[in-house]
Design a binder for this molecule. Sequence first.
Ligand SMILES: [Zn+2]
Length: 270
Amino acid sequence: MPYDPSPQSLRGLMETYWGPHGWRTPSRLPDTPAVQRAISAGVMFEEPWTTNHDDLVERARRAAAVISLDEAGDAFLASLTSRRLDLRSALGSYAVARLLPSHAFEELPGSGMCLTCGLRPGEQTVDVNILSFERFKWGGVRRDDIGYVAFDLEQFARAPRLTPTGADIDISRRLIEVLRNSDRKATSTSILPELRMVPGNKDERGTLLEILGVCGIVETPDHRGYAQSYVPAGQRAQRPVDTAYPACWWTSEHGVNTDNLALFLPQTAQ
Ligand SMILES: [Zn+2]
């Protein structure tokens, strides 16, 4: 059943985790009419996921397998003027999951996490309400966390969709033009003020750049996105700045990978 992403339905979700001073960390869900409404609307959940490594990997793979490149790209484009950040998020999760191999847990030595996907072994609880909040507020912040990716793609299957407009495609082309031709040396964070053609705030634009990163649209020769092959957790452990891999390594000198742009956002590449 589709969820309802209207502001009225999202209010309980937003109020639970965000206040005038930023993050709120409730120990349990507030029992308010707004939260009840968010649950009925399908954007909050009564129970967390109880899951494990193998289950999350398979859920991410299964959810990605039923999504097409066109669908994910269209959702991203349609998010630009609408600020439907839930639709924007899907392209990033799809890029991460589409080539994720089926695999058993094998520890990255000394890290406690899987060397392929970065998940921990054993049973784990995923607080899907926090993930839902991050998804609607910023378009997701745990870009390559397979728990988030699985959740995001399963939710995308129930998301009311929008069709990209001429205005969306125009914004995407201007965005790519700046990333391709910025004349000063900029990083993935210092370039954000130049991306004001995208409606929204700085945090939303930062997430947007991270999504272009996992798509390999902004990447570097030494730090590739996921367009051609899945990037194992061990290869993305180091990050020079607090931005998701591989956007954290990108500078304006690297420009835009035209092949990956044509793969994920063909309407922008034309
Ligand atoms: Zn794994």
